[in-house]
Every structure is written in C-alpha cells, then in structure tokens.
Design a protein around this ligand. Structure first.
Ligand code: SAM
Length: 366
C-alpha cells in the first residue's frame, strides 16, 4: 500500500502531461460515455485537485511525508496492523489463500514484503504455508520486518535486496559495463532461483526513504517491471498473483490488465479499511497460465520497460537501444473495444470506493 510512497494528495502517481496525451483522452472519453460512476469520480477528483494548491494541502503533504520518512515505533506498528487488516479484507472478498486442508505446503512469495502484513495473513489462513520474502534492506531505507518470530520460524525466509538492481534476474546481466560508476549497484544474483510459488504478492511502493532513488521519476516503472518479472518467472501454473497498481484508467494500466485477462482470471480489489481515497487498487490474477503466449509477450515488455527506464535513470550510454522499445501490438481504441466494457464492470466498485472516500476525506466539511 501507499504508505511512504511518492504520490500527490489524491494518491495519484503524478502523470507527465497526461491531459495532453491522446490515449488518455480516448480512454476517458470511452469511460465517460458509458459509466456514471467514472464521471462522478472524475468530478470529485477535479474538485480535490483544485484544493491541492491550498495551504491545507501543503500541511497535509508535510504531515504525510514526515510520517513516511521517520515513522516512530507506534506508527510502524500501526502500519503493520493496517496491512494485516487489508489482508483480511482481501481474503474475505477474494479468497486468495487456500486453507492447509486444501493445499498442504502452500508456497508464498512476498515481493516487497516488509513490514510483513500479507505474509502474516498467509500464515493466519494457512498455518502450514512457507513464506519466501524479498525486501529492501533497512540500510538502504527499507522498512522493519514486524512479522512475529520471523528470524526463528523455519517456514519463513527473507532475503534483503533492492530488487530493481537485479539485472541478471530481469534479463540484462551486462547492461552496465564495469567501468561505469554505478556498476557495483547492479547485481547478478538470482533470488529463489529454482523455486516455484502458488501465490505471489507484488506490493512494492517506491519509498521516500530509499537512499539510492532521490525522487527519480523512472523509479515506479523500474519497480513495477522488476516485481512483475520476478513474479511471472516464479509463479506456478494455476497460481495466484496479487499486484498493487494505480489508476485503472491510465492507458498503460489498461494494457497491463488486458494482457493479464488473456492468461488468468482477473478481478480488482480495493480495500475500504485504508487508502480508500487513493487511486491504488490490487489486481488479483488467479489461475495464471505463465506459459501462455501473452504471458511471454508481457514478460518481454516488462523487461524492456525496466531496461529503458534503467538506461534513462542511470544515464547509461548504449550503442543500440532498439530492444528497449515498448511494443504496442494494438491501438488503445482496439484495446478499449475488446476489453473496455469488461473493465468497466471490474472497475466500477473500485471507482465507487475511491469517490466516496475522497468526498468524506476532502469535501465533507465544505
Ligand atoms: C507498502 S510496503 C509493503 C507492505 C507489505 N506488503 C505488508 O503487507 O506489510 C512497500 C514495500 O516495498 C519495498 N520496496 C520498495 N522499493 C523496493 C526495492 N527497490 N526493492 C525491494 N523492496 C522495495 C519497501 O521496502 C516496503 O517494504
């Protein structure tokens, strides 16, 4: 979830010239013509965005950033508890975790795990599950792990690393030559190399505290691409993938969701217990067929997205950048024609929760 992430007041990841972007216009036109819920959300967002320039908004930002940059023990504990509550809500609604009577030795991969609320949820509903976690080291600005007894519980293993620097795992072991200043930050390590998982969580959020990042605008793309690459390479056929995403109505998001709909059964989950006013939501992809042609296409695009954003972020000079191009097989109109109506059905509950929460949080008194 978004605690500590780089977002604005409404919980959006800032878009670059989004309103000018032709694809955005097409998508917004499509949804506006067919969904009253979408229209209502856009209207509320517009009113709240105007408030973004107010002194109250400044104050709100300040408080949010302070809590994210140096949370005290009580706030860390609160965040962990909140994640377990979101986990409970997700389990009640989406039934993502089979009980131990149905699946013995359930294998869970929790990418971007700390503080560990979702891992706690897995163990709560399947006490025989095994947890493999990945998380940013504390020394680089990562969160504490608060999952009880994780150091001694043999069912829990956590490896600490910056997953966006796993060049070999993502498929480009030689992207940066040794002479390059930042070369040592990249790693050829491949975590959990020979393992496969029944359930994979991708709940990464770029942190204000992450020492390397320094507010780079490429970082959200690098993190999403790294998480999903690891997830698609490790998930068992028929497994379940849970991914934190933002803005159902952004064109790249729609392309991503359409891809997943081709090789898994998808639903969208938005918790009501926290972060309801933000644009964040979870993709729940069940029965994932990672061997499907569309899954391989997506994996290739994710790798290329990581390569492109990494090259830009680290100013890497490459003789040929052709493999970094994003392959759009269909125009956004074609995607909307094929998938838009289905997406409205999936997205309206998410939009409704956000709209109501924004009204309550920002507009109730006025
Ligand atoms: C919202 S928290 C995850 C909460 C967690 N799912 C839970 O249930 O408690 C986001 C996580 O992303 C991790 N993260 C952010 N950037 C990362 C990176 N580059 N590599 C590894 N982990 C990263 C942070 O360390 C943090 O633990």
């Amino acid at each position: 979830m978004a605690e500590g992430g780089i977002t604005n007041m409404t919980g959006e990841i800032p878009e670059v010239d989004s309103d000018l972007n032709e694809d955005y216009k097409i998508v917004k036109g499509f949804f506006s013509a067919r969904s009253q819920v979408f229209q209502d959300l856009m209207a509320v967002q517009q009113r709240v965005l105007l408030m973004d320039q107010s002194p109250e908004a400044d104050q709100y930002f300040k408080g949010q950033k302070e809590r994210a940059t140096s949370p005290n023990t009580k706030q860390k504990r609160y965040f962990y508890k909140m994640m377990t509550r979101v986990g409970d809500e997700m389990q009640n609604k989406e039934k993502i975790i089979p009980t131990s009577s149905k699946t013995i030795n359930l294998e869970a991969l929790d990418i971007c795990m700390a503080p560990g609320g979702y891992s706690a949820t897995v163990l709560k509903y399947n006490r025989l599950a095994r947890i493999s976690g990945l998380s940013l080291p504390k020394s680089e600005g990562g969160h504490d792990v608060l999952l009880p007894k994780w150091q001694v519980n043999r069912r829990i293993n956590i490896e600490f690393m910056d997953i966006t620097m796993l060049a070999a795992e993502i498929g480009f072991p030689h992207l940066v030559s040794q002479e390059y200043t930042d070369a040592s930050k990249f790693s050829d390590y491949i975590p959990y190399e020979s393992q496969a998982f029944d359930i994979v969580f991708c709940d990464g959020q770029v942190l204000h505290t992450h020492t390397r990042v320094g507010g780079s605008r490429h970082e959200p793309a690098r993190l999403t691409a790294a998480q999903l690459t690891i997830a698609l390479r490790r998930i068992k056929r028929g497994g379940t993938l849970i991914v934190l995403l933002h803005q159902v109505y952004s064109p790249p998001m729609i392309r991503l969701l359409e891809s997943f709909s081709q090789f898994s059964k998808i639903s969208l989950f938005k918790p009501t217990v926290s972060h309801a006013h933000r644009s964040s939501f979870y993709l729940v992809a069940k029965d994932v067929d990672s061997g499907h042609e569309r899954a391989s296409d997506l994996l290739r695009q994710l790798r290329n997205s990581w390569r492109t954003s990494t090259v830009q972020s680290f100013n890497v000079n490459l003789p040929d950048d052709s493999t970094g191009r994003y392959d759009a097989f269909k125009t956004i109109e074609e995607v909307m024609q094929l998938f838009g109506d289905k997406l409205i059905v999936l997205a309206e509950p998410v939009w409704n929760i956000q709209k109501q929460a924004m009204e309550k949080k920002f507009l109730a008194s006025g």
